[in-house]
Design a protein around this ligand. Structure first.
Ligand code: NAD
Length: 302
């Protein structure tokens, strides 16, 4: 069992660190939030008073932070100075590809092995240890990170060199954002054309319009499997996080010169929905903005 420094014990990191501790690892946890540290303690982690205390003698470092600037700051100000060079560095945050590559290069230049390992799956998957990890880094980095990621996930996939994990994550989520928007539009159009929505689902879920957004995450309450739509769009994957990932995708597309009109349209739609108060709702609640006369009672409107 390894001594693991875990930094960032929020909605996702809290459950991930707990799973490592429950598997028998010696998890030294740090977060700026005292509440997060207290929760980690009740889940078997050892709270640290500072990043340096958590990082001392670590064999692995796992970070789960909000955005690129937090990751760059934590690695430059703390990890590079306080972690042993022998520790494998694993950043599981969703951040921009450019920062992921830069921080990994800085780590490599001073003798560390680092991988980016963003996740697919939300808080329930983090708590349940069923995340999917997309890993960017060398083959050696992947091999060293895999046993630790295996504890927290159901799938660990090597996407390529440094930054490739982040690239895979934002390409996937751009596709998800765009297919969900199109699925919402299709249901609204179907309703306005007088189709029964269950019948449309039965047809389209077996026809060429089928996608994960329709068959696993249907935005219409009472149609398809149980989804956040059946819980007034609570829980699930917040619009604010989808918007964050779309912005990362659009920034990356601009940087590498990729033409992504559907991704751009999806970003604009989710931005408008967030501005109208939908930021905290599941991203499939976009359907309510596309058709304000939607079936959810007005009092529950985002
Ligand atoms: P969160 O805001 O709940 O947690 C982030 C934690 O980092 C907070 O506890 C905060 O106090 C801590 N933190 C910030 N700066 C710090 C610093 N300098 N030192 C130590 N701790 C610091 O966020 P989250 O929902 O857990 O998401 C974390 C990452 O996972 C994000 O990059 C997010 O995009 C990604 N993600 C989230 C979900 C989800 O459903 N929530 C799903 C997939 C990926």
């Amino acid at each position: 069992m390894a001594r693991i420094a875990f930094i960032g014990l929020g909605n996702m990191g809290g459950g991930m660190a707990a799973n490592l501790a429950q598997a028998g690892h010696d998890v030294r946890a740090f977060d700026l939030s005292g509440d997060a540290l207290d929760r980690a303690k009740t889940k078997g982690c050892t709270p640290a008073a500072s990043p340096a205390e958590a990082l001392a003698e670590a064999e692995a470092v796992v970070t789960m932070l909000p955005a690129g600037r937090h990751v760059a700051e934590v690695y430059r100000a703390s990890v590079f100075a306080a972690a042993p060079k022998s520790a494998i560095l694993i950043d599981c945050s969703t951040i921009d590809v450019a920062t992921a590559k830069t921080v990994a290069a800085e780590a490599g230049a001073i003798g560390f092995t680092m991988v980016d390992a963003p996740v697919s799956g939300g808080i329930a998957a983090a708590d349940g240890g069923t995340l999917t990890f997309m890993v960017g880094g060398s083959g050696e980095g992947f091999s060293r990170a895999q046993p630790i990621l295996d504890v927290m996930g159901k799938a660990v996939i090597h996407a390529g060199e440094a930054g490739a994990g982040q690239a895979a994550k934002i390409c996937n989520n751009m596709l998800l954002g765009a297919t969900m928007a199109a699925t919402c539009e299709a249901f609204v159009l179907a309703q306005k054309l007088g189709l029964d929505l269950q019948t449309f689902y039965d047809i389209s879920s077996k026809a060429s319009g089928q996608s994960w957004s329709m068959t696993s995450y249907c935005p219409v309450p009472g149609v398809g499997p149980e989804t956040p739509a059946d819980r007034n769009y609570e829980g699930g994957f917040a619009t604010a996080l989808m918007l964050k990932d779309l912005k990362l995708a659009m920034a990356a597309a601009k940087e590498c010169g990729a033409y992504t009109p559907m991704g751009g349209e999806a970003e604009e739609l989710y931005q408008r929905f967030a501005d109208r108060g939908g930021a905290g709702k599941d991203f499939s609640a976009l359907i309510k903005m596309i058709d304000d006369s939607w079936v959810v009672p007005p009092s529950a409107d985002a």
